[in-house]
Design a protein around this ligand. Structure first.
Ligand code: URP
Ligand code: ZN
Ligand code: ZN
Ligand code: ZN
Length: 485
C-alpha cells in the first residue's frame, strides 16, 4: 500500500517548495506535483518536514543513585507526538563494561521503541579493555564516544584519559563528544557552598558558573586538535562555551556545538523559585543561565557557529528529585524536552524571526544527520531516503501541560508555554506513529536501530593536514655542527 502526502509545502534545509511525496514501503519513492497513492495523507495548509532527530537523550539511564523515569516506550512515543522520528541515546557502561551495556540498551530499545534510534557510547575511564571494546562498538554501528569532564568520582575522565580515547577515536574514524565542564572545580565549589549552608537547588547553579564551561570547552577542543580529530560539544549553554567554539572554528578546527531548547528558553531565575520542587525539577548540568546567554546561543544557530538543537532528555520524577533535599549535590541532574522541542523552536525561533523555516529544519534534523553520518537516509526528503516525515501544522497551537503530555513524568519544565505549531502526522519509515486527529498509541517494537558507519572524509583531511604541518627535526649538514665538544 503506497501513501501520498498531498497539498503541503516541503521545507528542507536548503529550500521550500510545493510538492507531494509518494511513499512506498519504508522509503520515499517520488516527490513532485500531482502524485497518486493508495492512501492520502492530508498536508493542506501545512509544512512537510524531515522528522526531527534528537541526538541527546537518556532513556532508562542509571544515574546518581537512581534511573531516569522515561522509558524507551514512553519516551519514543512522546518524541513521535512532537514530530521527532529518531533519538540517539547515551549508553553508560558500569562495571559490566561497554559490550554488555550496549546489549542492555539494544534489547530495551528494540522491545519498546516506536521510532528509530541509535547510540553513543560513554568512555568513563581508560584501559586496554576499553581500547578494544571501542573497536567492537564501532563494528556494531556506534560511531560516537561521549566523554564527561564533569561528575567527579563517577563518570568523569581526566585529560590524559580523554587524550587516549580521542586518539583511539581518530584511529577508528569515530567522533568524540564532550560534556564540557571543569569537574574538579565544580567539586570544590560544591563543597564550599554546602559548608556555607548553601544547600538548596540554587546552589547547583552557583557551583557551575559559565566560566567552568568555557574553560572545559576550550580544553576539549585543544586536546581534539592536538590529536587531529573533530569534536562535538554537547549541551553548549553559555557565551563562554560558544566563544571557545567560535574561536576554534575561525582557526579551521572542526568543532560542532549543540545548544538545548531548555537553555535557549529558560533562565537561572527558575532556581530562585520559592517552591523547592519547582527549582529542583530544573536542576540539570550545565544549569540554566542568565538570559544574556540565550542571545548568544540563538545568534550562533543563525550564524552557523552552533549547529544542532537537542534536549538532553533526562527525565526524573519529583519524587526522585527529592533525593537531594538538604543537599543539592544529590538532586538527580536532568530535565525533559523531547516532546516539545520542535514546537518550542518553531514558536520561539521561527515565529520570532530568530530562525528561518529552513534553518529550523537544519538544526532539528539535517545538520545532525550529516554530523552523525546517516545523511541522507535520515534528515532529508529525497527519493530513496527513509520516509521519516512530519506534517507540521503552523496553525495547530496548544499550551504545554504536564497533565496532557506523553512523557512519563509528573511535571514539565515548559509548563504554561504557548506553542503555535504541532505535528499533525508523524511517519516513521512510512508508518503513521502519530495522528493528531485520533488517539495514537505507542507502537513498541516498531523502531529499529540505525547503524552508523565511521567517518572517512574529515579524518582523512585532518590527518593529511597534520602530516603536512607536523614539527620535523632540522636536518643539518655535519659540516655545520660544532666539533670537538
Ligand atoms: O543534567 C544532565 N545534563 N543530565 C544528563 C547527563 C548529562 O550530563 O548529559
Ligand atoms: Zn552532559
Ligand atoms: Zn545572573
Ligand atoms: Zn546528557
Amino acid at each position: 500500500m503506497s501513501k501520498v502526502i498531498k497539498g503541503g509545502t516541503i521545507v528542507a534545509a536548503d529550500r521550500s517548495y510545493e510538492a507531494d511525496i509518494l511513499i512506498e514501503g519504508d522509503t520515499i519513492a517520488a516527490i513532485g506535483p500531482g502524485l497518486k497513492g493508495d492512501e492520502v495523507i492530508d498536508a493542506e495548509g501545512a509544512y512537510v518536514i524531515p522528522g526531527g532527530i534528537d541526538p541527546h537523550t537518556h532513556l532508562q539511564m542509571p544515574f546518581m543513585g537512581t534511573e531516569t523515569a522515561e522509558t524507551w516506550e514512553s519516551g519514543t512515543f512522546a518524541a513521535a507526538s512532537g514530530g521527532t522520528t529518531m533519538v540517539v541515546d547515551f549508553v553508560i557502561p558500569g562495571d559490566e563494561g561497554m559490550i554488555a551495556a550496549l546489549d542492555t540498551w539494544e534489547e530495551r530499545a528494540a522491545r519498546q521503541a516506536s521510532i528509530d534510534y541509535g547510540f553513543h557510547m560513554a568512555v568513563t575511564g581508560w584501559s586496554q579493555q576499553i581500547f578494544q571494546d571501542m573497536g567492537t562498538v564501532v563494528g556494531r554501528g556506534v560511531n560516537t564516544f561521549k566523554h564527561f569532564m564533569a561528575y567527579k568520582g563517577a563518570l568523569m575522565v581526566n585529560d590524559d584519559e580523554m587524550h587516549a580515547s580521542f586518539t583511539r577515536c581518530a584511529e577508528l574514524g569515530a567522533l568524540p563528544l564532550v560534556h564540557a565542564e571543569n569537574g574538579d572545580l565544580i567539586a570544590s565549589l560544591q563543597q564550599k557552598f554546602m559548608a556555607e549552608g548553601n544547600s538548596g537547588p540554587e546552589a547547583h547553579a552557583y557551583s557551575r558558573p559559565p566560566e567552568v564551561e568555557g574553560e572545559a570547552t576550550n580544553r576539549a577542543i585543544v586536546i581534539a586538535d592536538a590529536v587531529g580529530v573533530p569534536v562535538y560539544i554537547v549541551h553548549t549553554s553559555s557565551e563562554e562555551a560558544h566563544e571557545a567554539i567560535r574561536r576554534a572554528r575561525q582557526k579551521g578546527i572542526r568543532v560542532w556545538g549543540e545548544p538545548l531548547v531548555q537553555h535557549l528558553l529558560l533562565d537561572e531565575s527558575e532556581y530562585a523559585n520559592p517552591n523547592w520542587d519547582h527549582a529542583a525539577q530544573r536542576v540539570m548540568s550545565p544549569p540554566f543561565r542568565d538570559k544574556k546567554h540565550q542571545d548568544s546561543l540563538w545568534a550562533g544557530l543563525a550564524a552557523g557557529s552552533l549547529h544542532v538543537v537537542a534536549t538532553d532528555h533526562c527525565a526524573f520524577t519529583t519524587e526522585q528529585k527529592r533525593m537531594g533535599m538538604g543537599d543539592f549535590t544529590k538532586i538527580p541532574n536532568g530535565t525533559g524536552g523531547l516532546e516539545d522541542r520542535l514546537s518550542l523552536l518553531w514558536t520561539y525561533g521561527v515565529e520570532k524571526g530568530r530562525l528561518t523555516p529552513n534553518e529550523f529544519v537544519a538544526v532539528t534534523s539535517t545538520n545532525i544527520a550529516q554530523i552523525l553520518n546517516v545523511y541522507p537516509r535520515k534528515g532529508a526528503l529525497i527519493p530513496g531516503a527513509d520516509a521519516d516525515i512530519v506534517v507540521w501544522d503552523p496553525k495547530a497551537g496548544k499550551t504545554i501541560k504536564a497533565a496532557t503530555q506523553k512523557s512519563a513524568i509528573d511535571y514539565n519544565v515548559f509548563e504554561g508555554f504557548e506553542v503555535s505549531a504541532t505535528a499533525r502526522y508523524t511517519l516513521s519509515r512510512g508508518a503513521l506513529v502519530w495522528d493528531s486527529t485520533s488517539q495514537s498509541q505507542p507502537q513498541p517494537g516498531r523502531g529499529a536501530h540505525v547503524g552508523r558507519p565511521t567517518y572517512q572524509a574529515v579524518g582523512r583531511a585532518l590527518s593529511t593536514w597534520k602530516e603536512l604541518v607536523a614539527p620535523r627535526p632540522v636536518l643539518r649538514d655535519p659540516k655545520m655542527m660544532p666539533i670537538g665538544v
